[in-house]
Design a protein around this ligand. Sequence first.
Ligand SMILES: Cc1cc2nc3c(=O)[nH]c(=O)nc-3n(C[C@H](O)[C@H](O)[C@H](O)COP(=O)(O)OP(=O)(O)OC[C@H]3O[C@@H](n4cnc5c(N)ncnc54)[C@H](O)[C@@H]3O)c2cc1C
Length: 379
Amino acid sequence: MPTRRTKRGSARTPLRVDADVLVCGSSFAGLAVARELTGSAARVLLIDRYEIGERQTSACAAPTEWLAAMGVEASIKQTFGDLVIHTPHLTTRMSLPWTFSTFDYAILCERLFERCDARFETATIKGPGDAGAVETDRGELRAPLIVDCLGWRRVLGQRGYQPPGAPLSRGLEVHPGGGSDDLEIWIDRGYVPAGYSWSFPAADEVRVGVGSFDPGFHVKDSTVRLARDLDRDAVRYQGNWIPHRLREATEGAVFFVGDSAGHCLPLTAEGIRTAFYFGIACGRELRRVVDGLATRDTALRRYGAFSARHRWHFDWLLRVQRLVPRVPPRLLAAALRGMSEEEFVRWSFVHYLRIAHPAYAHELAARPQPRRRALRLAA
Ligand SMILES: Cc1cc2nc3c(=O)[nH]c(=O)nc-3n(C[C@H](O)[C@H](O)[C@H](O)COP(=O)(O)OP(=O)(O)OC[C@H]3O[C@@H](n4cnc5c(N)ncnc54)[C@H](O)[C@@H]3O)c2cc1C
C-alpha cells in the first residue's frame, strides 16, 4: 500500500483561494484539463483528497503515442507491440499497428503536474454547493468555471449513481513483483462470466486482474485464482468501479470529464486516453472563456456537443460488450482466429485508436496573449 502523504487533522485548515477554474479531481482527467490551461491568464486550482499521484487508479496501460503526446514518456515501464489473447479453446498473438505501454502512475501524474501552472490543494469534495460553489471538508470553494474529474461517483452531479444498479463494471487487480514479456488477456468464463482478465507486466511488477461487466459478480476469488494460475502472489490489491455508459458531459454549470462523464470505453475499459482526450477538449473550451472568446454557457454547450458526438462509438462498444459473453466459447475461438488475421487486426485497431486519437493532443488552437479579463458566464 502506498504511504499516506495527504494532510490530515489540524493541517487541514480552511481553504481560501481565489480561482477562475476549479478542477476537482487530480488524476488523468483533472491533470489534462489543467495542463491545457497552462500559459493562459486563468488562476487554476486543482483539488484532490490525496496528493498528486498518491493513489494509483488503474493497471496503467495506455497507447504509447498518447504518453508521448502528453510528454510523459519518462513514466513508461514497459512497451508491447503484441497482444496475447487466451480463450479456453485458443491462444492467439496479435501484432498491433501501434504499441501499448505500462507506466508508473506517480511519475506520470508528477510529470503532468509539472506542465501545469495550477495551484494544488488536498481537500475532500462533499458535493455541489450553491451555484458556483463546491462543498469540501476545508470549507466552501467558489469559481466561475468548475470541472468534475472525480471519477465514477460524479460527486458534483445532482443525481446519484450507485452500484449494483448503475451501468458500472467492477475491476480488481493485484501487483506482485516479477516480470514477463507479454501483454495478455483472457476471455474465459472460468474466471468471469461476462468480462475479461489481464496480466500487464510493468518491468518489475505484473498487474494481474479481473474485470466484470456485471457489477453483481464479485471478482476477488477470480483475481486470486488467476494470480495463482500464473504463479504470482496475490498482493497489493487495487480496485474500483468502471463506468461503461456515456453520461451527459455537462450538468447545470459544471463540466464533467473522464469517468465522471462515463468517458471510459465499454468492452475494453480503457479510460486513460479518453480522460486525456476529453480533458484536453474541456480545457480548450475553458481557455476560450478565459481568453474572452466565449462565454461559459457557450463553452458548456460546445463541450457537451463534442462529447455527445462520440456517443455512437460508446454505444457500439457497449453492444459488443453485451454480445461477447453470449457467444458460445467454441464459436468465440473461431471468430477470434478469423479476427487475428493481420489485415483485420490493423483495420480494427487503427479504427479503435481513432475514437480518441493522440494527434488531438497536438492540435493546438490559436492562442491569444494571456491577459486577465473578467470571465463572461452568459451572453
Ligand atoms: C482495476 C482497474 C484497472 C484499469 N486499468 C486500466 C488500464 O490499464 N488502462 C486504461 O486506459 N484504463 C484502465 N482502467 C480505467 C481507468 O482507471 C479509468 O477510466 C481512469 O482512471 C479515469 O480517469 P479519471 O481521471 O476520470 O478518474 P480517476 O482516475 O478515478 O480519478 C479521480 C480522482 O478524483 C479523486 N477523488 C474522488 N473522489 C473525491 C472526492 N470526494 N474529493 C476529492 N477527490 C476525490 C481521486 O482521488 C482521484 O485522484 C482501469 C480501471 C480499474 C478499476
